[in-house]
Design a protein around this ligand. Sequence first.
Ligand code: BES
Ligand code: MN
Ligand code: ZN
Length: 495
Amino acid sequence: MEFVSKSGHIDKLSTPCLILPVFSKGKQSDVTNAFDKAHNKQIAAVLKQGDATGKAGNTLLLQMPAGSKTKRVLLVGVGEQGKTTDVDFNKASSASINALKRLPIKSICSALLTVDVTNKNDEWKVRQLVLKSREALYQYTETLTTSAPDAHALEKCQLLVTGDSSAVAIDKAATIATSIANGVDIAKKLADLPGNICTPTYLANAAKTLGKEHKSLKVTVLDEAKMEKLGMGSLLSVSRGSREPAKLITMEHKGGPASQKPIVIVGKGLTFDAGGISIKPSSGMDEMKYDMCGGASVFGVMQMCAELNLPINVVGVVPSSENLPDGDANKPGDIVTSMKGLTIEILNTDAEGRLILCDALTYSAKFKPDVVIDIATLTGACVVALGKHATGLLGNNDELANELLGAGIKAGDKAWQLPLWDEYRPQLKSNFADLANIGGPTGGTITAACFLSRFTEDYKWAHLDIAGTAWKSGADKGATGRPVHMLSQFILDRC
Ligand code: BES
Ligand code: MN
Ligand code: ZN
């Protein structure tokens, strides 16, 4: 769906559907009143009857009389006047589209931007309206035949501009938001695909396709032989247990001056994690197709950078493999040698994410990065600690960590920092190798980051554990596309 600003008088609008905000408890906004005056005070009558409550996200569709240039009006609740919160606004944005997406309407006009939201400006409102609308329109269809959802008719959304708001600024914000939404979409689409379709080779081909679509992107894929030459013994030990060959995918967006050090983002691309010989329980194991969500978010962010042609250098690195049990798979007690030269005792083959990431992190130094950020569905412990709302954040540089925390708050895609203190380091001690790949039953998210920190000493680094935030379980099982929005904001703030 395309989002464009629309100036002009509300009482003369010609549109199949106008979305009008309504407040709870009485007084209505100027736009709603202006429209109502020109339409026989029908809305006032409806509100008096109590049919539209104004509760955030509550919707009521009204048919306008024959001959009216505005064919329909969707009343959307945005909470109490003067007290609309960010959460209320987001609910109203989602609800508007959910109420309209099954109707045969191609074009709509939304007056939601006219609502004042506590501590938020136009740019924020446009961003959220676009992202929430696109989220409501997202449909997985790839492997559905008879149960495939009907395609929606919505193609265009006009954003009504009033008062001091600038149409130019709104259009600019809509363009940026659309590219972020496109990034979120590609991340979700890749993540929702099953493990038998979305293999490391599939991801590598998807990257090559992305490279062909965007001039600024240079895509390189290393196969196992090349990784062997580089000494990536840790990464390759994981893929040895699988028939699908591992791939190391690199996507470089060169938008800034050649001398500018890039932001490097490294995403775990484990296309299916059965645990290996330390096999996982079977219940819910299907969700381990989502173990490539970190990698998928890297695809989303790289696409966003390329689409907007951002004047900055960003490199995406996705180490991709499966983790399965096999006669040739890693066994508990096996010792492998990483690209960095450190030996690792694999005490649990299910702690495989760090084994592929450590070599990708060592490899990342070759880009002479300004900062490196890795994104991974790394630990179940992170879901226990932070639940499904906050991404876990750890790192070796507080300035970078604060920058990411701030971007997360701005984007509504939040992270929470956990300590990466030296006190945790002895938990990774091994009698037989330089370090063990697990740190015992306590502080699992922190010890996982501790492990990674041994491979990131040469640059500023942050780690995002998205085990809780990358997808939803239950009736609306599906990928969320997080943290594409946070990382997009982080990059935009640096442009
Ligand atoms: N991919 C999993 C982490 C995970 C678990 C993400 C559940 C989302 C939900 C990771 O590879 C893993 O298995 N981690 C182990 C580490 C443990 C063996 C130290 C875990 O969290 O149980
Ligand atoms: Mn695992
Ligand atoms: Zn995993």
